[in-house]
Ligand binder design. Structure first.
Ligand code: ADP
Ligand code: MG
Length: 228
């Protein structure tokens, strides 16, 4: 019966979020539409043109991210489970976020351990780590350090994602991962929800340590699968 209730609750959240997603995606589309209309006009200086195009692309990326996060939350189950080598996957994710880090004066440090395999769906695992890394970078508006660590402890693989950012209060920590919880002007509050649900279906665990003004550390623990 608890399982049934949980499912109903989840369905309710999923449909509520669907409603707000339509709203959230409409904003970037409206903004982009406006820029395209502006581009139609003749004699716009090249630098203005460039700016309209850049902003349009950013807005479209945002719309895409919102949709991807929503779909993953609505359907977190894993379809193409495969062995993921943590060093390679983390390296890939850090490459993806590195332009964003550079733009925000954030230095990335990566301490890795080779040949640790866990089971999961590559794309969803990437999405989970990208959401965590982006949040870390966004928590450092003045720049700072993003440190990613991979370690083995007995039969577990441990990933630590640490930032030197603004940190969170107890109250903020307790709201983390609940729908719509965001402190950002253009935030959605979907990112950590997706992180939590992906880690759960991967049989992993996540914990957070945070101190206001000092930074935040997310710790992810996954069972190691042998590669034989
Ligand atoms: P969004 O990033 O769109 O706001 P998320 O679900 O990704 O939504 O994050 C929810 C909120 O959790 C953020 O708005 C922020 O307040 C807080 N948060 C998440 N990660 C961090 C972090 N590394 N440092 C400080 N606050 C964080
Ligand atoms: Mg986020």
């Amino acid at each position: 019966i608890f399982e049934e209730l949980k499912k109903l609750e989840k369905l309710k959240i999923v449909s509520e979020i669907a409603a707000s997603i339509s709203h959230e995606v409409r904003n970037p589309l409206t903004v982009t539409r406006g820029f395209i209309q502006l581009l139609r006009e003749s004699n716009i200086p090249d630098d203005k043109k460039e700016m309209y195009i850049r902003l349009s692309l950013e807005e479209l990326d945002r719309a895409e991210e919102i949709i991807t996060d929503y779909l993953t939350f609505a359907k977190p189950s894993l379809e193409n489970v495969q062995m993921l080598e943590l060093h390679d996957e983390l390296q890939y994710v850090l490459k993806v976020v590195s332009p964003y880090a550079t733009m925000n004066s954030v230095n990335i440090h990566f301490k890795s351990a080779p040949n640790l395999f866990i089971a999961g769906e590559k794309q969803k695992f990437h999405q989970c780590l990208i959401n965590l890394a982006k949040n870390a970078i966004e928590a450092m508006p003045q720049g700072g350090d993003l440190t990613v660590n991979i370690e083995q402890e007995e039969d577990k693989a441990i990933i630590r994602i640490q930032d030197s950012g603004v940190g969170m209060t107890e109250e903020q920590l307790s709201r983390l991962g609940t729908p719509y919880y965001t402190t950002k002007e253009k935030g959605t509050g979907l990112g950590t929800m997706v992180v939590f649900s992906i880690i759960k279906v991967m049989q992993g665990e996540i914990s957070v340590n945070s101190k206001v003004g000092e930074g935040t550390c997310f710790t992810l623990v996954f069972p190691i699968v042998s590669n034989e």
